[in-house]
Design a protein around this ligand. Structure first.
Ligand SMILES: *Cc1c(COP(=O)(O)O)cnc(C)c1O
Length: 352
């Protein structure tokens, strides 16, 4: 019988804080592909897969957390949601709020979000406020707003966000038949690394997985508070989705790193962009810069001989490359050859 994916809440209802009676706000998120990466596998001497979270309805993993956060907002009877965002949270919040019939307010750092993400917030009808500050400062504002005014906060400090996001770990266990040896992902505000660790631990406890993976987190060198061991004041990186200096889920991320026997490292922007190009050219998956950070981190670890040979390694590639085409094309000459409407001319220009 054909199986139609019903979104993460209905698919994993027994492992989430909701029931059949709840009005579930879903756009069919989750059920994303786990794609094998043969050339990267060969280079690092392990079996490498990418979990393609850019396939979610608004093009990033944020939708997993947003379906559960917005479902809870509706349950609580609130009418307005608010978030700070480097772009993808606002895109997702705007879409799910629109679907639920809620108002959405987003605070974004001025000039520091990709055009595609901005477009999403606008077309879904969010009230957009640009702040002359960075993401961390935007988050401070919306946290205070939600304490003093009747607006519900849907950033990942909202525990329902992590509940939804943990389902990506369940899916990986379902797709591989067990947990991987190592799971890698980019780390920004650190909600996702915390959610994956919760998900893998729950999958082991429930018996679906025989073990938990080591968690290897990757930050951008200019925005690497976990590597520094303290918050960073003026984070800077081309990977705007992880341009965060004061991660909200600090303690949970440290626990994920240490309890799993993993690490959190940093990679330079140039390595991130090279990994983005490599994923597009070798694997056929176009991701945004932040999503390529784990691949850059994996290649760096392999170059230092730190990748256990023959290991199974899964990497979350968090967002869709179409959100930020300007950065992806920055290093390319885009000058198409123009020919007349003529087969011989087409053959000639192709060297056939
Ligand atoms: C939000 C986001 C991240 C960072 O996730 P955190 O949970 O904040 O650590 C990474 N990549 C993309 C594409 C994102 O949208």
């Amino acid at each position: 019988m054909a199986h139609v994916w019903r979104g993460i809440i209905r698919e994993y209802l027994d492992r989430l804080p909701f029931t059949e009676e709840d009005r579930i706000i879903s756009l069919g998120e989750g059920g994303t592909p786990l794609v094998h990466a043969p050339s990267i596998s060969q280079e690092v001497g392990a079996d490498v897969y990418v979990k393609v979270e850019g396939m979610n309805p608004t093009g990033s993993f944020k939708d997993r957390g947003m379906t559960s956060a917005i479902t809870q907002v509706v349950k609580d009877g609130d009418h307005t949601v608010v978030c700070a965002s480097t772009g993808n949270t606002s895109a997702s919040a705007a879409a799910y709020a629109a679907h639920a019939g809620l108002q959405c307010v987003v605070m974004i750092p001025q000039g520091k979000i990709a055009a595609g993400k901005m477009a999403q917030a606008i077309v879904h009808g969010a009230r957009l406020v640009q702040v002359d500050g960075n993401f961390d400062e935007c988050l401070d504002i919306v946290r205070s707003l939600s304490e003093d005014y009747p607006v519900a906060l849907v950033n990942s400090v909202n525990p329902y966000r992590l509940q939804g996001q943990k389902t990506a770990a369940f899916e990986i266990v379902d797709q591989l038949g067990d947990a991987p040896d190592i799971h890698m992902l980019p780390v920004g505000n650190a909600g996702n690394i915390s959610a994956y660790w919760m998900g893998f631990a729950e999958a082991r406890d429930a018996g679906g997985a025989t073990r938990t993976p080591r968690i290897w987190g990757v930050q951008a060198a200019g925005a690497a508070p976990f590597v520094a061991g303290h918050p960073i004041k003026d984070p800077e990186t081309v990977a705007t989705a992880i341009r965060i200096g004061k991660p909200a889920s600090w303690d949970l991320a440290i626990a994920a790193r240490d309890e799993s026997g993993g690490w959190i490292r940093a990679v330079e922007d140039a390595a991130i962009l090279a990994a983005q190009a490599r994923l597009a050219a070798d694997v056929g998956v176009f991701v945004e810069p932040a999503s390529a950070a784990p691949i850059a981190g994996l290649l760096a670890a392999a170059a230092q001989g730190e990748v256990p040979q023959g290991a199974t390694i899964t990497c979350t590639v968090t967002g869709n490359g179409l959100k930020d085409t300007a950065t992806a094309l920055a290093g390319h000459e885009v000058e198409p050859t123009v020919i007349p409407v003529d087969v011989a001319a087409a053959a000639k220009v192709l060297g056939l």
